[in-house]
Design a protein. Structure first.
Length: 377
């Protein structure tokens, strides 16, 4: 009888221990899941911070890859993007001697199906003597890998491949987490592609040699955002249409050239100066508040409006002598003086530069056609 009681007690003890172990296991799993969620949130925050940094698209993608390697302890990570003409490695911590193989994975049969079905592909070897099928000259570097095709709005744009030097290293990996990482990579690529577009469409104005408006949102913004506060100045040559109509377009073009040359030669290299559109220009006084700009702008305005601009650089004033070639001298002795309307606004790092510019442009476009002033808004 006593033995039966002991056995029953032992059974209850075992059941209790099993239940306790299950409870502990569930708690550990919840803790792991919570910890993983925290890691994912931290990685996502790092991604967002990287997107907002004043760096090139290439630098941002490289930093994102470094974050993946560090946060998730990935041995090798490579991001490959199709640029419209060829596949190029945007980021990788693999030795460059292996890059030719890594940017040609779309041609490997085992990955073609992965691309077509938009599903990840896991490959591994069973022992150290084997090599992965896509490896050509590299026998010892990677022994397992997961290939993720990347899509933006259902359009295939490239792939991300993570590799390990250990066989079967990804057998028990949480693919859900990897899918989240992949989605975050796609989100970043989708965001920075707009920046890349702006960087690629910057053009140089043929009359002034200045960069176009798009420069402000790429390389220009990198310079401006080195400072917390800057002053954005937009000005308009308000009598340019009149000069074009009353005299000739060639003289109007020369007015634009002379105005831009004078300003460019009188501002610091840290300031960004672009031809915004038509008669409108923008000067970004990087790191300078408005009260430190007003006097300088006033001096610039006064100096420019005193200019007497002619098509003939040798003529300082209108001559009264009878010309040999009447038609030629009539054109060359026509003199124009620019009239400018300025508007200033503060810009704070991290806010919308395009919104500030839109506000300045709306003011100039709605101002009276004869207004020639310096306005703060």
């Amino acid at each position: 009888m006593i033995a039966v009681i002991v056995v029953v007690i032992l059974i209850f003890v075992v059941i209790g221990l099993v239940a306790y172990n299950i409870t502990i296991h569930k708690r550990i799993q919840r803790f792991k899941n919570l910890n993983q969620k925290m890691t994912n949130l931290e990685v996502l925050q790092d991604f967002m911070n990287t997107i907002g940094e004043t760096s090139s698209v290439e630098d941002k993608i490289k930093k994102i890859n470094d974050i993946l390697i560090e946060r998730y302890e990935i041995k090798y990570s490579t991001i490959v993007v199709f640029n419209g003409a060829e596949y190029e490695i945007k980021a990788s911590n693999v030795d460059k001697k292996h890059w030719d193989s890594l940017k040609s994975l779309q041609d490997i049969d085992m990955f073609k199906d992965s691309i077509q079905t938009a599903t990840p592909k896991y490959v591994t070897v069973n022992n150290e003597k084997e090599k992965l099928p896509y490896q050509q000259m590299e026998f010892g570097r990677a022994k397992s890998a997961i290939f993720f095709p990347l899509y933006i709005d259902n359009v295939y744009i490239g792939y991300w491949i993570m590799e390990s030097g250990t066989p079967h290293d990804f057998d028990n990996v949480d693919t859900t987490i990897l899918e989240v990482i992949k989605d975050n990579i796609v989100s970043v690529l989708k965001t920075v592609v707009h920046q890349k577009t702006l960087e690629s469409i910057v053009r140089e104005d043929q009359f002034t040699g200045l960069n176009s408006e798009e420069y402000l949102y790429g390389e220009g913004k990198k310079i401006i955002d080195q400072y917390t506060i800057s002053t954005i100045c937009m000005f308009k040559i308000i009598n340019l249409p009149e000069i074009n109509k009353k005299y000739c377009r060639e003289l109007g073009n020369k007015v634009v050239t002379k105005v831009s040359e004078y300003i460019r030669s009188n501002i610091a290299k840290d300031y960004v100066f672009v031809r915004y559109m038509g008669p409108k220009f923008v000067i970004a006084f990087s790191g300078v508040e408005r009260n430190g700009v007003t006097d300088f702008v006033n001096d610039i305005k006064n100096a420019i409006e005193k200019m007497q601009i002619s098509l003939d650089d040798d003529i300082d004033e209108i001559t009264t002598e009878e010309p040999k070639d009447k038609n030629k001298i009539d054109i060359e002795t026509q003199v124009a003086s620019p009239k400018l309307n300025f508007v200033l606004s503060s810009y704070y790092k991290g806010t919308g530069l395009e919104e500030v510019l839109k506000k300045l442009e709306e003011y100039l476009d709605s101002a009276d056609s004869s207004e020639s002033d310096i306005t703060n808004i």
